[in-house]
Design a protein around this ligand. Sequence first.
Ligand SMILES: *[C@@H]1O[C@H](CO)[C@@H](O)[C@H](O)[C@H]1NC(C)=O
Ligand SMILES: *[C@@H]1O[C@H](CO)[C@@H](O)[C@H](O)[C@H]1NC(C)=O
Ligand SMILES: *[C@@H]1O[C@H](CO)[C@@H](O)[C@H](O)[C@H]1NC(C)=O
Ligand SMILES: *[C@@H]1O[C@H](CO)[C@@H](O)[C@H](O)[C@H]1NC(C)=O
Ligand SMILES: CC(=O)N[C@H]1CO[C@H](CO)[C@@H](O)[C@@H]1O
Length: 736
Amino acid sequence: MARLLGQKLLTFLSVLLLALTQLAVATDQSRRAAKGDKYLIGVGKGDITGPVVEINFAGYASTSQVGSGLRQRIYARAFIIGEIGKPENRFVYVVLDAQSGDTAVRNGVLEGVAALGSAYSVYGQSNIALTGTHSHSGPGAFFNYLLPQITSLGFDKQSYQALVDGAVLAIKRAHESLQEGYLDVGTTKVTGANINRSLYAYLANPAAERAQYSDDVDKTLTLLRFQRASDSKNIGVLTWFPTHGTSMLGNNTHVSGDNKGVAAILFEQAVSGSSNAADGFVAGFSQANVGDTTPNVLGAYCDDGSGQMCSLETSTCADGKSQSCHGRGPAFDKVDLGVTSCFEVGRRQFAGAKALYDAFDSAAVPVVGSTVRSFHYFQDMQYYTFPLDNGTQVQTCPAALGYSFAAGTSDWPGAFDFTQADSGAPNNPLWSVVSGLLRVPSAQQVKCQQPKPVLLDVGEMSTPYAWSPNIVDIQSLRVGQFIIIVSPSEATTMAGRRWRNAVKTAASSLSLTTAEPIVVLGGPANTYAHYVATPEEYAIQRYEGASTLFGQWELPAYINLTLRGLPALSPSSSGAALPAGPSPPDNRKNSLSFITGVVQDNAPPGKKFGQCTGQPSAQYSVGATVNATFVGANPRNNLRLEGTFAAVEQLQSDGTTWKRYRDDSDWELVYTWTRTNFLLGYSEVTISWETGKWDGANGREVEKGRKYRVRYYGDYKPLIGKVTAFEGVSNEFVVA
Ligand SMILES: *[C@@H]1O[C@H](CO)[C@@H](O)[C@H](O)[C@H]1NC(C)=O
Ligand SMILES: *[C@@H]1O[C@H](CO)[C@@H](O)[C@H](O)[C@H]1NC(C)=O
Ligand SMILES: *[C@@H]1O[C@H](CO)[C@@H](O)[C@H](O)[C@H]1NC(C)=O
Ligand SMILES: *[C@@H]1O[C@H](CO)[C@@H](O)[C@H](O)[C@H]1NC(C)=O
Ligand SMILES: CC(=O)N[C@H]1CO[C@H](CO)[C@@H](O)[C@@H]1O
């Protein structure tokens, strides 16, 4: 009996084994068939959360938007792709949760990567692309040029360094993770995450051209999947989709990565621990032809009590001004400063990308052709002469901004402090110094920039140092049939389409790729060169046209310059074939700054740093906000990069051990710093845990019936002496 059973079991086992082997072969074959070529791939992530308080935010250019805390840490995410066995054929695509790439930051990153040692000498000017997600919700003051420094009162070394160090760390981690693997690319349509904020300008493009597209913004999200060969686990995804990082309003003062920061973290949290995702999975949500897009998908309305939409033509309200015109996000709410809409627009991008990712094996196209190449050169845009398609010679101009620039957009009106006569305008010592240096544009410039009326002749101003870039980065990357245009400017929808189409056509006629080329556009990258609109949109001179720095022919020039570099992406090119071009000015050492450092922190008499002065209640129901307030110190004393200022801890079943449950990387945990006495250096910190409200998106519901407590990590600076770390912890409470 036992023997018979044993025999049966054996037969059964051998049949099972055979079936499994066949299955394995079949799977392997279908996997092979669906796979492209093997590349060297690596991903890495680094914390770039700069000073979260007392520093102006980048993006809205509003002097009054100064940080008061942190909602979610921001990151650099680096993706390296290379040819196997050929270290010289490699590129790095970095996505920064920041307003844009920038020349100062790029220089810092290049120096930082070079300092990592000889293994990193393969990375440099040509093959590092530094792109920003165009978030308007993070610290500024890191820029190379004067104009974007004005509202931040100059350059801040700490803010700059946080970006540089985090990006270098992300690149280092990506390099250390390099291994053989496959790349696949898929697309999906994401709805409800963008609309056109400059429809009137878009409509100036030829009707026949517009008829080729079903939407007046691009709705397509492109996803590149990184899958390692060793065990077929995915190590990361890199996506492109255009929508402005303006979900958080211009009066929000908590740092976050805006909607793309949300999407990236939701994706990383959702795949974490899943069987086909490797540890350290990185999700990059890169910006695309963002120029005329807005995440405020309900449209732009006048906050003047009229309930009217802003005018289509000029985005103004009944008073003829743009000041009360505001775009509304999907969860429009005046009091939450865009927080709910931001999460929702992030969630929509995440959900689209995740659904595509889950169906990827059937939906994706393998990247094929072993070639990996990149090119980069600097181009001076002052009077660059080149032929249009019809042969007519035209030229670009020194940078200038038109009148509509000062009006801002419906995402947030009124950029900069041009209303000097306005008694309500905030006092800006930097502007007081430099406004006298404004110059009248030269006759040649006025003519060149037509039909733009020049408001700020930034390209002809270099006192005390350059105000805006005239020299820009022309860069593209390529792996197999996948080509990435790296744009220094925010391309409008149609500008991006023309640029991608031109590259695709040229790549085909140059026979650059074996499979049909797939072209994406990422940016704003490397430097911040404002916008690039089509010549037709330029003629309309709304915000995007007014911010197209180099005149009406900027887009055809960018296309011409990209096509010039394209042969460098061919398999026979050594990549270094192109002359480097003129170097842009490096203003890191000579930038003005009116930003003061931390003077001192003190605890009020009878209290000590970290003492919990506002205890949470004993019990909360899910959905409630838990607040704990502590005697605080300035978070600029220590950015706690790769760490946290705030944590929620959960009591484990042993009844004694506490485990970290939420931290600064979580949207629902908010850190707020308030200076309570400037002279004496007192401040307090409130840590708010918004339980339940954001759960569900990534399956991280609060565990009910458990005990929790709030922990605060701070660092104080005495008037004399060194910065010292401290911690504070609240009483425990139950979430039921
Ligand atoms: C933020 O700005 C919006 C739009 O102007 C406004 O409706 C809201 O009242 C402001 N919120 C705060 C707290 O200032
Ligand atoms: C780009 O412009 C240059 C002149 O600056 C010209 O020689 C070249 O043919 C142009 N390239 C294309 C593809 O139009
Ligand atoms: C070429 O196209 C430009 C832009 O549309 C136009 O201004 C110019 O007149 C055209 N030249 C010729 C020779 O048709
Ligand atoms: C919690 O603290 C924040 C920040 O100080 C404050 O805005 C909010 O009103 C507080 N909420 C509750 C429920 O006390
Ligand atoms: C801000 C704005 O005007 N957005 C418009 C973009 O285009 C759509 C039509 O496709 C309009 O409905 C939006 O109002």
